[in-house]
Design a protein around this ligand. Structure first.
Ligand SMILES: N[C@@H](CCC(=O)N[C@@H](CS)C(=O)NCC(=O)O)C(=O)O
Length: 206
C-alpha cells in the first residue's frame, strides 16, 4: 500500500509533504481540510482522535504529530542521508525537533495569527509583539548553533533542519524581524530554496 498523507498543504501537513518530496517518495495526498471541519468528522477522528492533520498511513501504520511523522519517514526512507547514522546525531535531531515544538511554535503561531491570519479587526498587535519578544531567546540559541555549522547537525541538511525550518517558515508571514539573527535568516533562506520546499509552496498556491 502506498504512503497516504492526510492534510491540505496549507496546514502543518506541509512539513510532511516537504519530507516526502525530499525523500522522493510516492504518496497519495488526501486533502483533509481543517478549515471546513473535516478534521472533526468521524472518519478523520478514527485516524487521529485529536482531530488534527497531518496524519500518515504508511502500509497500515497510522501516525500523527508532524515532527514524529518526519522523524519516522526520514529514518525509514532516508537513513544515512536525511536521517543521521550516529545515535548522538539522532538524539540531536530529536532535540531540535522537540525544541522547535516547545520553544518556538506557540509564540510564532501567536504572532502569525495576530499579524496575518485573523480578520484585521480581531488582531491583537500587543499579543503579536509580546510573542515576538518571547521568540528572541530561542532565535538567539538557533543563531548561535548555526554560527558553528551550516546546518543543525553539521554540514549537511537533515531532518533536524527540515523540522525546525518548517516551523520557522511562519516567521516571514508573521513579520518576525530576523535581522538580529543573521545566521538564522541565511539558513532559513537556504532551506526554503530547496526544490522540495519550493514544490510544497506550489501545492499551497493550488
Ligand atoms: N502538534 C500537531 C498539531 C496539529 C494541528 O494542530 N493541525 C491543525 C492544522 S495546521 C489542525 O488539524 N487543526 C484542525 C482542528 O484542530 O480541527 C502537529 O504538529 O501535527
Amino acid at each position: 500500500m502506498a504512503l497516504k498523507i492526510y492534510g491540505v498543504a496549507r496546514s502543518r501537513a506541509a512539513r510532511v509533504l516537504w519530507m516526502a518530496k525530499e525523500l522522493g517518495l510516492d504518496y497519495e495526498h488526501v486533502k483533509v481540510d481543517f478549515a471546513t471541519g473535516e478534521t472533526r468528522e468521524p472518519a478523520h477522528l478514527a485516524l487521529n482522535p485529536n482531530g488534527h492533520v497531518p496524519v500518515i498511513d504508511d502500509d497500515g501504520l497510522i501516525l500523527w504529530e508532524s515532527m514524529a511523522i518526519n522523524l519516522y519517514l526520514a529514518k525509514k526512507y532516508g537513513a544515512g542521508r536525511l536521517y543521521p547514522g550516529r545515535l548522538e546525531d539522532e538524539a540531536r535531531a530529536w532535540q531540535w525537533s522537540f525544541w522547535g515544538m516547545t520553544e518556538v511554535e506557540r509564540p510564532l503561531l501567536a504572532a502569525l495569527m495576530n499579524r496575518a491570519v485573523y480578520p484585521e479587526d480581531e488582531r491583537d498587535a500587543s499579543a503579536a509583539d509580546a510573542a515576538e519578544k518571547t521568540l528572541a531567546p530561542p532565535l538567539g540559541v538557533l543563531n548561535g548553533a548555526l554560527g558553528r555549522s551550516a546546518n543543525l547537525l553539521g554540514d549537511d541538511f537533515t531532518v533536524a533542519d527540515l523540522n525546525v525550518a518548517s516551523i520557522l517558515g511562519w516567521a516571514r508571514p508573521a513579520q518576525i524581524d530576523t535581522a538580529p539573527f543573521p545566521k538564522v535568516a541565511e539558513w532559513l533562506k537556504n532551506c526554503a530554496e530547496r526544490p522540495a520546499a519550493r514544490a510544497v509552496r506550489q501545492l499551497q498556491r493550488e
